[in-house]
Design a protein around this ligand. Structure first.
Ligand SMILES: [Cu+2]
Length: 289
């Protein structure tokens, strides 16, 4: 039996509390795959989330690691079905995490930027197992927007073990940022950008949806620091950022003026909740003196 020395004990304690620790050139983190309900307008959907505790939270947790170290990730599957796991464009493992089982694997060091981590199986894709992985972002102010589009009929069918229902056209009814839809996006401390004049932040965006999305910034131009798909945009300064399906980008925002400014999806359907405007993918940038 292995002797449990103090260093291991501290490391173990930190893992239990979901704290990301960098010891001896590598980092560790733990994700729980939790099941729960997601309430939107008149719909309640059974969904899956990656959380940093065994308690269901409506938003997938954002992972944060440094650029020069491996990340040892432990995933605990509380779902009734097995799930795979991968990071877009970087690595896809033959990982299969059985129900009520735990798997630990290594994500090798990656370049600075934002990446998507996710499960690619049907339940994972449609019920919400997709999150933001931030690598080497050192800005004191950091925000993230995990974009999703949701069609309750398909989700209900998959959730109950049924077919994908892809004979019918894909008509999502909800469009969310970190699983919040406007006006509730203002309650999301990870997504609602609140800073003082002169501050600078990064915004890590992942498109976890089944369609492309385009975000329009009012008041600011943002600079592309990274992209997993449209790499030719790195260094561009734009007020409109298209995100292809599955894409992850890092934007730099400099708060060079005061006031409250909206950021919204340029597709008018995506700024509705169940067909009613305004809703969906709208959030705010609030810059105080
Ligand atoms: Cu606009």
């Amino acid at each position: 039996m292995k002797i449990f020395n103090m260093k291991n004990y501290i490391r173990f304690a930190l893992i239990i509390f979901g704290i990301n620790l960098n010891v001896n050139g590598y980092a560790q983190d733990t994700l729980w795959i939790n099941t729960g309900d997601w309430h939107q307008s008149q719909d309640t959907m059974s969904v899956l989330r990656f959380n940093d505790t065994p308690v269901f939270d409506t938003s997938n947790v954002a992972l944060n690691t440094s650029a020069d170290a491996s990340l040892f990730l432990t995933v605990i599957n509380m779902d009734t079905e097995p799930h795979d796991f991968g990071v877009d464009g970087i690595w896809s493992l033959g990982v299969n995490i059985l129900p009520n089982d735990t798997t630990t694997f290594e994500i090798p060091p990656m370049a600075m930027g934002t990446y998507r981590y996710f499960s690619s199986d049907l339940r994972g894709v449609y019920l919400g197992l997709s999150g933001v992985l931030k690598v080497g972002l050192n800005m004191p102010h950091q925000f993230h927007w995990n974009l999703a589009d949701c069609m309750p009929e398909r989700m209900d069918s998959i959730s109950s073990g049924g077919a994908l229902l892809d004979d019918e056209p894909y008509v999502p009814r909800y469009f969310s940022i970190n699983a919040y839809t406007y006006p509730h996006t203002a309650l999301d401390a990870n997504g609602y950008v609140s800073m003082a004049l002169g501050d600078t932040c990064t915004i890590s965006i992942v498109n976890s949806g089944m369609m492309d999305h385009v975000l329009h910034f009012h008041g600011f131009h943002v600079e592309y620091l990274s992209s997993t798909i449209q790499t030719s945009r790195i260094g561009w300064s734009k007020d409109t950022t298209p995100l292809l399906q599955g894409e992850a980008v890092t934007l730099l925002l400099i708060a060079n003026q005061e006031g409250m400014y909206p950021v919204h999806n340029h597709n008018l359907i995506a700024v509705t909740n169940s067909g009613f405007y305004p809703g969906g993918m709208i959030t705010l940038i609030n810059i105080t003196p």
